[in-house]
Design a protein around this ligand. Sequence first.
Ligand SMILES: C[S@@+](CC[C@H](N)C(=O)[O-])C[C@H]1O[C@@H](n2cnc3c(N)ncnc32)[C@H](O)[C@@H]1O
Length: 292
Amino acid sequence: MANKLSLTASYIAVKFYGLTLNPKIASFFTPFTISFYEKVVSYLPAKLSWNQKAFRSRFWRSFFVWWEELLLPGDLMHIISRKYYVEHAVQKAINEGCEQLVILGSGFDHLGSLFAAKNIPSFEIDTPSMIQHKQRMLTQNGFKLEHLNLCPIDPANQNINEVLLESGEFDPTKKTVFLAEGFFDYLSLDSTRAILDNISSAGTDLKLISTFFDLGELNFFHRFMFTSGVAMVGETLKLPLSRKEFIDLLNEFDIKTENETSYSKIEQELISKMEIDLPVLKGFYILESSKC
Ligand SMILES: C[S@@+](CC[C@H](N)C(=O)[O-])C[C@H]1O[C@@H](n2cnc3c(N)ncnc32)[C@H](O)[C@@H]1O
């Protein structure tokens, strides 16, 4: 357990890296973002990072895309979409006055490093083993970021406010943007409630950017492929809510959803511009919410 790597977090990096080898997709991301995930993939154990060589071959890339689309259409482009929209949503929150960034279940995400480099105090919260992996990956690649705080949490015994305050840099009086990308879906309803309770009491003024999968919008086969794919790598999709129920749950904590980006909007707005003929996973949403 001590060294446990989250395979869902790892595969997100692997898929993002593989897809951005396509210049049409890469042109929508900065060199920082692309090279960050390349470094993550180099860090991963060989059984995951073999992709780095294989994906350079157009044939293997096309085969991989064909295979993935057969099993779960839209899974690949949903990864590209969330990295694109979430980065823009966080930047918008910062432009609108958020002074610090908290990333829940940060995995191998690049945003903590990106915004810490822009002098925004950034806090990445994940399990102790994942935080250790992230620290090693960053050290191996020469990242030294004064404002990046890697915060291990023991979910069973600690709450988010406690670990944020332990970092020494978190200021509860400052307006904060919380990011939950691919996070709540993996938690039970009770844990989700506990975390929403934590963050809504962490400070007075907050924004929450969250991704959400409404599994009810997938057909039986694709829902089975999604849940069993996650189960095969030792994790579980636990949150039993529809999109509407999740928004109602946020409301219970006075967190109001102001902007919603659905998979169909992403297909029209982003994927068509990339000139990529692939769908985005049905039931996938990005929600931007606030509590004042
Ligand atoms: C699907 S990955 C998403 C990683 C990253 N947010 C991204 O989108 O690239 C989920 C992450 O949440 C972490 N995680 C799961 N349960 C957690 C908990 N209760 N507290 C903190 N992190 C947790 C996992 O270790 C993993 O890194």
